[in-house]
Design a protein around this ligand. Structure first.
Ligand code: NAD
Length: 388
């Protein structure tokens, strides 16, 4: 393994993390060395590193990987929660460790934990550039437990905005993930940033809208550069196992039935991970005061075409349970991406068919274990669809 510094500030001494021995204090350990060998921490200054929160997750690990490949120092904070199989998050951290070596540091902890963040700051000054992706994601689970969403999403985002504003004022560049779910049950054909989004229909969507509002407040108070990115259903390798693209590929590949709600004519805007990463990096590199951007593909895919593509690339015929339309199903979602095109030069390159081909290739090569919740696990067209 590449030489690396792993750190976990909130763990007990007896446990281990993907990055090496867990430390009960702010001592840094090199995962290359014997546990007894204490590495001398090099304190990173605020200019040279990028903080990626949620960097163990799907989008965050790809963003961190991209930054490391372009030679950046990357600091990841992630609590490695068990929303889905945590071994996938550990594997992502391990991959980043190997790629980044001494340019990569991982801190395991909760972004809401003030004491933990103060410890992090001792070895890495709070970076001027922040890509904040840590959040509780998923629409339906937020209805069951809204409080954990308010904690991670609203309190967590406020904590980071506060730190960035206090530390760097108008020098701060703060990019964060919002979601297309803020568009709620909009009947519009094309979702635009200028649409009113004051009727979120799930706690998750409401927390994302709240983050957008708080981000504006911090921009106003400190003059910080803030970009809120409304992602439209992201998919690709290392994808979230609770989301339709990976679930469909997994079920069809295993010859298991999938539920199709309605006649399959509904359509949705899916965005390939590489295009999302490109948009995130462009937003980071293009500070423009306070901005909200749609990051989607701009080309929706019909549900029946989605299923056909999965069949085609996996070489298996889908077994389809036809289910009645769900009340409130949105027939079509599509991002208007003209603002991101114009201001960021964002230009998604991966058609859905190519993205599915890449996803299936990755799935066949890595054979990820996918544990799915029983309830509604195979749904694609759902009430307030899985835009999380
Ligand atoms: N994937 C999508 O299609 C999609 C769509 C719209 C918006 N988003 C948003 O993009 C971001 C990334 O989503 P993802 O799909 O990679 O999800 P993910 O669940 O794979 O990653 C989120 C990461 O955040 C971490 N996290 C959560 N709460 C935390 C806390 N309090 N402290 C520290 N770490 C915490 C989790 O452990 C996880 O690793 C999220 O903000 C999500 O809401 C994603």
């Amino acid at each position: 393994m590449a030489s690396n510094i792993g750190l976990s500030l909130s763990d007990t001494a007896s446990e281990t993390t993907a990055t090496g021995p867990r430390s009960p204090s702010s001592t840094l350990y090199s995962s290359d060395d014997d546990a007894a060998t204490v590495a001398t921490p090099e304190v990173w200054n605020a200019d040279e590193a990028v903080l990626v929160t949620g960097g163990a997750g799907f989008v965050g690990s790809h963003v961190a990987e991209h930054l490391l490949r372009r030679g950046e120092k990357v600091l990841v904070i992630d609590e490695l929660n068990e929303y889905y199989d945590v071994s996938k998050k550990r594997a992502n951290i391990q991959l980043l460790e190997q790629l980044g070596g001494r340019n990569f540091r991982f801190f395991k902890g909760d972004i809401c934990d003030k004491a933990f963040l103060a410890e992090v700051e001792k070895s890495c000054k709070f970076p001027k550039r922040v890509i904040h992706l840590a959040a509780r994601a998923g629409v339906r689970p937020s209805i069951d437990d809204p409080f954990v969403y308010v904690h991670s999403n609203v309190e967590g985002t406020t904590r980071l905005l506060e730190l960035a504003g206090q530390a760097h004022g108008n020098d701060a560049k703060f990019v964060f993930a919002s979601s297309s779910s803020v568009y709620g049950g909009s009947k519009k054909q094309l979702f635009s940033e200028t649409d009113a989004v004051d009727a979120p229909v799930s706690p998750y969507a409401a927390t994302k809208k709240a983050c957008e509002l708080l981000a504006y407040t911090y921009h106003h108070l400190y003059g910080m550069n803030v970009a809120g990115l409304r992602f439209f259903t992201v998919f690709g390798p290392r994808g979230r196992p609770d989301m339709a693209p990976l679930k469909f590929v997994d079920k069809v590949s295993k010859g298991l039935p999938i539920d199709r709600y309605g006649d399959g004519s509904s359509s949705r805007d899916y965005t390939y991970i590489d295009d999302i990463v490109d948009g995130v990096i462009r937003a980071l590199d293009t500070p423009l005061g306070y901005q909200i951007y749609n990051l989607g593909n701009g080309r929706p895919t019909r549900l029946n075409d989605f299923i056909r593509l999965v069949e085609e690339h996996s070489g298996k015929q889908a077994i389809i349970n036809v289910m009645p339309e769900q009340p409130g199903d949105v027939p079509r979602t599509c991002a208007d991406i003209s603002k991101a095109r114009e201001l960021l030069g964002y230009d998604p390159k991966t058609p859905f068919s190519e993205g599915i081909a890449k996803l299936v290739k990755w799935y066949n090569e890595s054979r990820p274990s996918i544990e799915l919740p029983e309830d509604g696990a195979q749904q694609v067209a759902v009430v307030t669809p899985e835009r999380a």
